[in-house]
Design a protein around this ligand. Sequence first.
Ligand SMILES: *Cc1c(COP(=O)(O)O)cnc(C)c1O
Length: 367
Amino acid sequence: MHVRYSYLKQQFSNCDDLWKKLKKFVVTGDFTLGKELAIFEKNFAKLIGTKYAIGVNSGTDALKLSLKSIGIKPGDEIITAANTFVATVGAITELGAKPVFVDCDDTFCMNVDQVQKKISKKTKAIVPVHFTGYMTNMPKLVKIANKLKIPIVEDACQSILGAINNKNAGTWGISGAFSLHPLKNINVWSDGGIITTNNKKLYDHIKLLRNHGLVDRDTVKINGYNSRLDTFQAVVGNWLLPKSKSIAKKRIENAKYFDDHLSKIEEIRIPPRPRNYKIVYHLYIVFAKNRDKLYKYCLKKGIEAKIHYPKPMYLQESLKYLKHKKNDFPVTDYHCRNIISFPCDQHLSIKQQNYIIKTVKDFYKKN
Ligand SMILES: *Cc1c(COP(=O)(O)O)cnc(C)c1O
């Protein structure tokens, strides 16, 4: 059996209703900051539970514009997680700021108990990454940040509808950054991103930043960027958004099924599943003994398993100037060696799930 990782071919194989909407849309010519975008922003804010949302052209820009809007300048230090996707770090370095890493714990998110000791006079923001669809321990982090008066910008790119105590990712910090990249849980047909906030001043500022700082056609108030979410993509977003809760639900059900069966295998360890956390499983990850061999075995058996990631961000060549050494972040390093990701999306069939479970069982019987 073949178990693919990407479900994109399935997701849009049957969407005649979307094509109809797009056909209607293209003849309006309303391509830039159009009506459908305003609708998408309103509905996205409502879904997440903030007053405002601003569409931008990627998740990376959602982070970058958020940081820019709170005044991040070259030389500032930004605290973030050691095990994230490159984009978190890219948004920070593009503003000339310095990423200061904190090790993660077994939820794959920043260990907030280690934040305090990384704070310096130059610390100007904290960017927790709700990695894999988990949540950073936000109740605790918000307390620490409030005490220090340091703003939090959430990297919620992997955690649309993730929550703690029913409070969603993207509502805890001064703003939240989401990605609508094709591989994210809520996706459009190309790059896209969106920022959530309750802060009117920030909202107005980011709206200027994403559109060259233009107040109107002839008036430039601040120096900005071209970072608009295409209205075309907002049409796709408006089509998908009503399905977002059922997508999260299906992923959670699939993960529960994996947990129930994989936890019976002695060589597999399931990460903690705190009861007050809603984990939306952008990635489904477990710890596996003999991981490299299991990974190769899965590939041989037709299962497109993945490793997120085999080499941590802090050891990448692009960050050599930070002078980190191997083992600076031991939990992150442990994860790099021991985790494996399996597909967990809403289009995965029960047959495919059972095949994955059986394949893992077979591997450990033989090894
Ligand atoms: C995907 C992702 C981003 C950036 O999103 P893009 O839309 O690809 O620019 C940022 N942070 C994390 C953790 C991500 O997974």
